[in-house]
Design a protein around this ligand. Structure first.
Ligand code: PGA
Length: 281
């Protein structure tokens, strides 16, 4: 496949922790993806790095891409317990890394400044960073979405040059929608589109028109089979970061298929054409 236009990125978090669960996931996934043909979407699996090699050996053909859920901001050295982005890429075959996830910010005190350093090192190590940004519940209540998202973008991308911005995948993931699994706790497609426009505006002002158009923006937070059409396709996002639903292989495959089949830009063009035609006649 040529360079992917869209992304279905599975964040397994700290799940599938024993042999039975892992084998069960592999067996179901192989069955589920038997007829899967993605034309423009990359399906990226991000398991915990301690068993990334198990995934590498399962998916040698290259139809599936691999990523990690975090990496350190230095390539190598005396940093006990950390993951080197260089090793993740060269030894384990990872091509992506999720950075700045709200769970790491919350439980491990990760800051925008740390995320910025990690993005810089990841890019140097040829890992595409999937950078999570989004407001929490309290910030949402106080109407701070714009302020929070712009501050995170400014800080997290502070070390990314014009030449590399298109390698970064930005994930708008409102913290209050993560693992919520309830329609009341999901942003509407209009709200998601609003966040996307805000991110595009930031890119336009800081990186120029081409980057604003080409940098990928995906959505994360309780994406599942039932809502993927609305929160990803109808919102015009370039894909999704999928947490709990990725533990259900058939659902994950269905979500990736839906992302692949919907072409927001094409639909927008034909919608505009239709309304123009109606005005003329
Ligand atoms: P969720 O997780 O799909 O379970 O909400 C998404 C994430 O945290 O990346």
């Amino acid at each position: 496949m040529k360079r992917a236009e869209k992304f279905a990125i599975a964040n397994f978090k700290m799940s599938l922790v024993n042999q039975i669960d892992l084998e069960h996931w592999f067996t179901s996934f192989h069955k589920a993806q038997k007829d899967l043909k993605l034309k423009k979407t990359s399906l990226v699996l991000c398991p915990p790095d301690i068993y990334l090699d198990r995934f590498s050996s399962q998916f040698k053909s290259g139809s599936i891409d691999l990523g990690i859920q975090n990496c350190f901001w230095v390539e190598k050295g005396a940093f006990t317990g950390e993951t080197s982005p260089v090793a993740a890429h060269s030894l384990l075959g990872a091509n992506y890394v999720i950075l700045g996830h709200s769970e790491r910010r919350r439980f491990l005190g990760e800051t925008d400044e740390m995320v910025a350093l990690k993005i810089k090192t990841a890019l140097k190590a040829r890992l595409r960073p999937v950078v999570c940004i989004g407001e929490n519940e309290e910030q949402k209540k106080n109407d701070l979405l714009m302020e929070v998202v712009l501050k995170q973008l400014k800080n997290c991308l502070s070390q990314v040059s014009r030449g590399l911005i298109e390698e970064v995948i930005l994930c708008y993931e409102p913290v209050w929608a993560i693992s919520a699994n309830h329609p009341d706790h999901m942003p509407s497609s209009n709200e998601i589109m609003g966040a996307k426009l805000l991110i595009r505006k930031f890119l336009l002002e800081n990186y120029g028109a081409n980057a604003a158009k080409r940098t990928k923006i995906i959505y994360g937070g309780s994406v599942d089979v039932a809502n993927v059409e609305e929160v990803v396709a109808q919102s015009g996002m370039d894909g999704a970061l999928i947490g709990s639903a990725s533990l259900r292989p058939y659902d994950l495959v269905k979500i990736a298929q839906t992302i692949d089949q919907h072409d927001f830009e094409e639909r927008e063009k034909s919608r505009q054409l239709n309304s123009r035609t109606k005005t003329i006649y």
